[in-house]
Design a protein around this ligand. Structure first.
Ligand code: BMA
Length: 823
């Protein structure tokens, strides 16, 4: 007994005394007020002024109806946040006390006990203040005054002799989408948007851990960890990494110590579809005289990543190699999940990334008009095998280039690269979104009447930031792969033919250029990093934010939830080309989703059929920051739009596709696995009642590096058939896989559909079976917003479908395209 107690006491001393510890100040009682007003209200930290005002019932719901318009005054005010907290004798006696802000949005003057200790000016930076001299035992007062970022931006803009596009927004290092986007409302927030805490440390602390892969093969991995250790005086310490320990003699200040770590038979981190995203966990502890002073945990994935740009007969390739294997990237562009980011939770990041994985994606692009995402987003990407194309946060405008601004950017790069670079998911760092393209193609020079001297200055400022400061800072920080920097996405605008032969492409001829969906087949570049089409969010989503009487295209509330200037006009024009245009708004909502899905299907098919010329397809956009009609495939609440089901199918590891040409049909297989797959391809021509009109079959080996033309069917081989009443069914059977696909010969609006009788049977607690007597096109199932693993699918006679539901489901409403055609 005695022995046990002594051991326990020793353990306590060993592990607690003098060890770095934290105190989360987010959970203290915080108050806020508008500057100049004495009335204070309860605040939530992390948070934003808009969400605090709403929580105190001082403003209506910002997302509801057209409320956005009457809430614009908030951005012009200054806001004060404050709290008092008690510090104990023990806390105050620590050698070092630091006040850490993970994020302040944006112009923040921080006072401790009435004294200014920080003037922050960048939402993306982390701010650390040595606070010993400002804090005292007992009661302490912390106050943060946020100056209006809009006013601040305007003041800065005034100082220039020329006007930069997007005016005040480009002068403030703050999430750019908050100033309004073609899918997002204007809510320029202020507040403590990330965690705030006190850090207590004594004698030494671990700062930044980085690693590099000195050697990586199937037998072993040798890792070199570089750990920054900060000590307050000369000292000898032990650094332990898992079971390995080494002694270091350190000088006062920051020391970089290196330790090697070997792993035998290492497992690689693979992206979704190619293997398991294996991660290794490391526990670092800093010890002195057998006492733990500080510790940190780190998860890493062993993988190599490379961006290959080789000259070829067409131009220059643009593809990623993961662990030496070329990978076709399939995914989407990610925008912030909320106009008010602190509303999101760790699980909402996971859910979103899981929805990307479920849709067979392997890459997301964190778009430059948002924020460097939350740690949990990258953790979720690491765990789900989703690679990240990481933009720096600059978009669609020109930025200032004065010394102070550039220095601020440099610190922003340091903070974020240090925070993110150990994530195995990070594949590429990209300078900005559409700035190079904008400068060369969007007519700013004329619009803002730049003189030659202005133009030269603006472009030189651009080059300084995106061709020098960012890449040089990045390179000085990256410890693994170098050269993973791409200055601007895209490198060439979609109006130029070179955009299809080199670099990455944003192709907006469809949508912005009103070109037909078929154009997707022609406009295939080396890596499609943006293209897309709008679809409405689920009807229930609209019902949440628009009053019943306003659910029509003419109400202000409805119009406010479409941010593209000609959004509904464009949807309408495309719908009339390919689909029946319904009168009822609910049915219109359904068809608008089918239309978006239809467009994405054509685009992705074209991109995959062009492999290996094209090696990436990231559509615009994965998600929304509020409930809105937009290019997203997941709505604000995470509901899958029809397009999300479609991209899941289109991004499947094996794509079976039919192409039509003058001589007949080709059946092509695109195999994105690591190994070739052989099997039997069976092809059937059927009428809509399921009657077989013609069949063929062939053995086929689906290669990996390039697509396989499995079967060529000449027109002469096929019987005469009515295109409006016929479908082609494809089935590929191998030992490992069974894959189905089907093809129509005309546009959806031209199909001659009969009224289907759809039978639904509950065949398990969460399983339903569906059958039909005639083709039921785009069957849409609804049941109290229950999630169906498949939805908006075509139900073909003779091919019953078993579908999993998330929860037991009883009353299922069914609708199909026939119901729209025969309104
Ligand atoms: C892309 C994006 C965004 C925009 C989208 C749709 O180019 O970079 O700027 O929301 O187009 O218009």
């Amino acid at each position: 007994m005695f022995k046990k107690t002594t051991l326990f006491l020793i353990f306590i001393c060993y592990s607690v005394l003098g060890q770095t510890s934290y105190r989360n100040l987010s959970s203290e009682n915080w108050l806020f007020n508008k500057q100049g007003e004495t009335k204070k209200h309860i605040a939530t930290i992390p948070g934003t002024v808009h969400t605090d005002l709403f929580a105190n019932q001082l403003i209506p719901d910002p997302f509801f109806g057209a409320n956005e318009k009457q809430l614009q005054w908030i951005e012009n005010e200054n806001w004060e946040y404050e709290t008092t907290f008690l510090l104990s004798e023990k806390e105050i006696s620590n050698e070092n006390i630091e006040l850490e802000f993970e994020g302040l949005d944006t112009y923040a003057t921080v006072y401790i006990n009435g004294k200014i200790v920080l003037e922050a000016d960048n939402m993306f930076r982390k701010w650390i203040i040595s606070a010993n001299n400002h804090l005292k035992k007992g009661k302490n007062h912390l106050k943060i005054v946020f100056q209006s970022a809009v006013q601040k931006g305007k003041e800065e803009a005034e100082k220039l002799s020329y006007t930069l596009p997007e005016k005040e927004r480009v002068f403030v290092r703050k999430a750019q989408y908050q100033f309004g986007w073609d899918w997002g409302p204007r809510f320029v927030t202020a507040g403590v948007w990330k965690k705030v805490q006190l850090k207590f440390w004594n004698s030494a602390k671990i700062e930044n851990i980085k690693y590099s892969q000195v050697e990586l093969n199937d037998q072993k991995a040798i890792l070199e960890f570089t750990t920054e250790i900060h000590v307050s005086e000369v000292k000898t310490i032990q650094l332990k990494i898992n079971e390995k320990s080494e002694t270091f003699h350190l000088k006062k200040g920051t020391n970089k110590v290196k330790m090697h770590y070997e792993i035998s038979n290492p497992k690689r981190w693979w992206c979704n579809g190619l293997g398991f995203p294996h991660q290794y966990e490391f526990y670092f502890s800093l010890e002195q005289s057998r006492k733990i002073i500080d510790n940190k945990e780190l998860k890493i994935g062993l993988r190599t990543i490379e961006l290959v740009q080789d000259k070829d007969e067409f131009g220059t390739s643009f593809y990623f190699k993961l662990n030496d294997k070329p990978v076709f990237m399939k995914g989407a562009n990610y925008i912030p999940q909320d106009s008010f980011i602190p509303k999101q939770t760790p699980s909402s990041y996971y859910e979103l990334v899981q929805n990307a994985r479920k849709a067979n994606m392997n890459m997301l692009r964190v778009w430059g008009g948002g924020v460097y995402a939350h740690d949990e987003f990258y953790n979720a990407c690491d765990a789900n095998g989703i690679l990240v194309w990481q933009d720096f946060m600059f978009a669609c405008a020109m930025y200032p280039g004065d010394e102070k601004f550039v220095e601020n950017i440099k610190h922003e790069v340091i903070d974020n690269v240090n925070r993110l670079q150990n994530h195995p998911s990070i594949a590429l760092w990209c300078g900005n979104n559409e700035i190079d393209e904008g400068w060369h193609n969007w007519g700013w020079q004329k619009q803002f009447k730049y003189s030659q001297a202005d133009s030269t200055k603006i472009w030189n400022d651009y080059k300084k930031v995106f061709h020098e400061v960012i890449p040089e800072t990045l390179d000085s920080l990256l410890s693994n792969e170098k050269n993973l920097y791409w200055p601007s996405s895209p490198s060439i605008g979609w109006g130029k033919k070179e955009s299809l032969t080199q670099g990455d492409s944003h192709y907006w001829g469809v949508w912005w250029g009103k070109e037909p969906f078929e154009m997707y087949k022609k406009k295939v570049g080396r890596f499609m990093s943006e293209y897309g089409f709008q679809g409405m969010p689920n009807w229930v989503t609209l019902e949440k934010v628009i009053a019943k009487e306003d659910l029509n295209f003419t109400s202000e509330a409805f119009k406010n939830h479409q941010k593209h200037p000609t959004g509904f006009e464009t949807i309408n024009e495309y719908m009339a080309r390919d689909f029946p245009v319904p009168n009822s708004i609910e049915k219109y909502n359904y068809v608008s989703q089918l239309l978006q899905a239809y467009g994405m299907k054509i685009a992705i098919k074209a991109h995959r059929l062009a492999k290996p010329y094209c090696m990436g397809s990231l559509y615009w956009q994965l998600n929304d920051c509020w409930p809105v009609t937009s290019w997203s495939t997941l709505d604000y609440y995470g509901n899958w739009k029809a397009a999300h089901y479609q991209v899941k199918e289109s991004f499947a590891p094996i794509l079976l596709a039919v192409t039509e040409n003058a001589d007949g049909l080709s059946i092509i297989g695109s195999n994105d696995n690591l190994e070739a797959i052989s099997g039997t391809l069976a092809v059937k021509l059927i009428d809509f009642s399921g009657k077989e009109l013609w069949t063929a079959s062939k053995e086929c080996n689906l290669d990996v590096e390039k697509n396989t033309n499995c079967l060529q069917i000449s027109n002469a081989e096929l019987p005469k058939f009515e295109k409006e009443k016929t479908a082609l069914i494809l089935e590929f059977n191998s030992n490992q896989k069974k894959i189905f696909a089907h093809h129509y010969f005309v546009k959806p609006k031209e199909l001659q559909l009969e009224k289907p009788t759809i039978e639904i049977k509950i065949v398990g607690e969460t399983l339903i079976e569906l059958k039909t007597n005639t083709l039921a096109k785009n069957v849409y199932l609804q049941a109290n917003s229950a999630f169906f693993e498949e939805n908006y699918f075509d139900l073909i006679p003779g091919f019953p479908k078993i579908i999993k539901t998330q929860k037991p489901t009883q009353e299922i409403k069914v609708m199909s395209l026939f119901d729209v055609m025969n309104e």
